[in-house]
Ligand binder design. Sequence first.
Ligand SMILES: O=C(O)CCC(=O)C(=O)O
Ligand SMILES: [Fe+2]
Length: 432
Amino acid sequence: MKESRSMEVGSGSAAQGSQQVIVQQTALDGDKHKAVMVVDEDGNDETNILARVERNISVNQPSSHSINTGALWSRGHQCLGTRNTGNDEMELDSAAYPCFDMVMPRFARPKEGDSESSPNLYVANCGPAVGLQFDTIASAFSSFGEVKGVYAADESGARVIVSFLEPASAHSAFIALNGRPCPHLGGRSLHIRHSILQPPSSRGMASVPVSLNASDLNIPGLYLFHDFISAVEEEQLLQAVDTGSWISLSKRRVQHYGYKFCYDTRNVDTKQHLGALPSFVSFILERISLSPDIPEKLDLDQLTVNEYPPGVGLSPHIDTHSAFEGLIFSLSLAGPCIMEFRRYTAGSWVPKTASISDTEVENPNSCSEVSRKAIYLPPRSMLLLSGEARCAWHHYIPHHKIDKVNETMIRRGSRRVSFTFRKVCKIQALEK
Ligand SMILES: O=C(O)CCC(=O)C(=O)O
Ligand SMILES: [Fe+2]
């Protein structure tokens, strides 16, 4: 098994009815790609602006292929650096906004009592989907004060954020227009509430540079083997699990082979020995055992198959020490993702009661210092966690639909399936 440098870029087409802005990017493979920013809703009354990558689409092609315009409108181009290309598309100034998923504004409902100090309004029943263009909206609201920008609040096209320069202007507009027909907007009744722009610090941790090879991360015991299986083998593995029966967890589906993993106790249920691992993974086990990099005989006997829909990741965790022995192998199939590694140099972690993985979950609030590293996991690659990587570093899959890998936005794909192979601790298995 040898580490190699390769990169896959997800492809996809623009969804009908979504609000998008288009920007050209050069991918790691040198191809020109078009990154389409997509305004997406992340629950909790927050707005995320994401991006996705479309392969080999020329930037100036006419926008007949379901690309909508008017994703955002910003007075004087100050807020978002957009400009109209004259062909019905908006381009982002990527020099000014090199990491646009990180710099785009993100709004949330303010805390009780804070609302009047916010210059931003969330306005429902308003937007291109109900026949109101962004400049029309900006102009209607500008009678209350200077409008800095109008943003799509989500993909509906019927909810926007109106961002004023002054909180007082936002409040006047709120008092005058909330729940009342707006004469400048065709008599439409608007549903308005105050909204705050979240500071970057409250939007989660900043991103870390993503490596393509494990050796660049300098985490002892971490290995990534690219193209560990072929595309044909990948397809066969996916078919095999798709004919099996999935167990639905809250955000993803799983299958267990060998031993069942119990999410309540975060441990293997040694009483539920499900038999040998299925024959469709025999070639993987053989390939691992033949590897000169893995001297010991492993006898891997537990397999968890995880299926992640787009945007679903995995909380930071260390796989339960008491349940599994030293080496953990994770094969990525179907879609790519990034995996982040965190090592806490102060503070502690505690198990969470309701675990979402075969894991122990940290309490990030109890930790004060953290080293973070990230690696890109392409489909068909095999990750090996051993030694320090297995025992001292938490691993984590960010809940993203798009991953930023260096300067490239990589879409996760319609799903990512992982096969995680482990060996159940002997002491536990004997208890059976
Ligand atoms: O999906 C993966 O690659 C990792 C899964 C994992 O870390 C786990 O199940 O503990
Ligand atoms: Fe894990």
